[in-house]
Design a protein around this ligand. Structure first.
Ligand SMILES: Cc1ncc(COP(=O)(O)O)c(C=O)c1O
Length: 359
């Protein structure tokens, strides 16, 4: 893995891909990062242009205007919100604030949960979602693991398999953790793509031990600008905020975030695109002999394929997909692809079909 395209743990690393594949990064069609192909919305691009002059001053250290807009949208008080330089920054702040000794993870999951936990030298309690069950989260095992952790981190929907838990399962986890004075962090970075996913947001006041983490980088296609937020009870928000350096959220990100949150048309267009394209990609993968996609709910698809070195074969032909070899519980025959435009998806499916036939 240290030699692979994901040597720094993530998709979307076209710099390393260029080195490994020998293909200029500008020529790679990137299915390895799960970014909305419709964005960024025109409203956000305009906000960035209009606010360019603001970079000569410090940004609002508390992102107050953005928080006000977000609080209105989520129907909660501004004191329940923390804005960060991407969800990733807040994740590290949470680990420093809570200093958990034992962190529960449902593997396979986003690698930064473990990376961030290792900064505070945490040990892990690991539950596995299994391919033979389509990676469905095993709720009883999750609740049992909560009984022995200080913090459980769960992706909802989970990356890389796009799976969800019933809301009742999240409640059971929150309850088991609360009874022992422990915390639940639900990473909802992809929540906007699945707005009917079920969330503890509306019942947050009952759960002083729950933190929800969200990102604007995927849905609004601004991973290079960075913007994320956390939602929790005010006491907890204040504890996490103390861990973050001031001015972490730059002026352009704050302005873009406000514009994006108002843009309901973009939201509708994205959900309409995903309703068409996700089943299209899933079915297209199913139709290729030897390719086994897993059902999920979100803007990416996990699949299994035994064609050796599929990532390299596709990469040399200008299509970058995510190898899942390094995820605990997966292996070198697992891959993840983002859902993109119809044209791009057709190109991906044709290339995979060709690889399976020729290699
Ligand atoms: C599940 C998950 N959570 C959080 C993040 C980080 O998001 P951000 O770009 O807001 O830091 C990612 C990025 O890949 C992710 O996949």
């Amino acid at each position: 893995v240290s030699e692979g395209i994901e040597r720094f743990g993530h998709g979307g690393d076209v710099w390393t891909a260029e080195l490994v594949l020998g293909v200029p990064k500008e020529q790679l069609l990137d299915f390895s990062a799960n970014i909305n192909p419709l964005g960024p919305p025109a409203s956000m691009r305009a906000a960035i242009r209009e606010n360019l002059a603001r970079i000569t001053a410090y940004p609002d250290p508390k992102s107050r205007e953005l928080k006000t807009v977000l609080a209105r949208k989520l129907a909660l008080g501004v004191d329940h919100l923390l804005i960060g330089n991407g969800a990733a920054e807040i994740l590290y702040g949470i680990m420093r604030a809570l200093r958990p000794q034992k962190v529960g993870l449902l593997q396979p999951c986003f690698s930064e949960y473990a990376e961030a936990a290792s900064v505070v030298d945490a040990e892990f309690v690991t539950v596995f979602a299994k391919p033979e069950h389509g990676f469905a989260p095993p709720i009883d095992e999750l609740v049992a693991a909560c009984e022995e952790t200080d913090l459980f981190v769960i992706g909802h929907p989970n990356n890389p398999n796009g799976r969800l838990l019933p809301l009742a399962g999240l409640v059971q986890m929150a309850d088991a953790l609360q009874r022992r004075g422990s915390y639940l962090l639900v990473d909802e970075a992809f929540y906007d793509f699945v707005p009917n996913a079920g969330t503890l947001l509306e019942q947050l006041d009952e759960w002083p031990n729950v933190i929800l983490l969200r990102s604007l980088t995927k849905f609004y296609s601004i991973p290079g600008l960075r913007l994320g937020y956390a939602v929790a009870r005010p006491e907890l928000i204040r504890r996490i905020e103390r861990e973050l350096a001031p001015w972490g959220v730059n002026a352009l990100a704050q302005a873009a975030g406000m514009a994006g949150l108002f843009d309901e048309e973009f939201e509708r267009a994205t959900l309409a695109w995903l309703r068409e394209e996700r089943p299209f990609v899933l079915q297209g993968l199913k139709n290729i002999p030897g390719v086994q996609p897993f059902e999920g709910e979100v803007n990416f698809v996990l699949f299994r394929c035994e064609t050796p070195e599929l990532q390299k074969w596709l990469g040399q032909r200008g299509i970058l997909i995510r190898s899942c070899a390094a995820y605990p519980g997966l292996g070198s025959d697992y891959y993840r692809v983002a859902v993109r435009s119809r044209e791009d998806n057709l190109r991906l499916l044709a290339a995979i079909a060709q690889a399976v036939e020729e290699v």
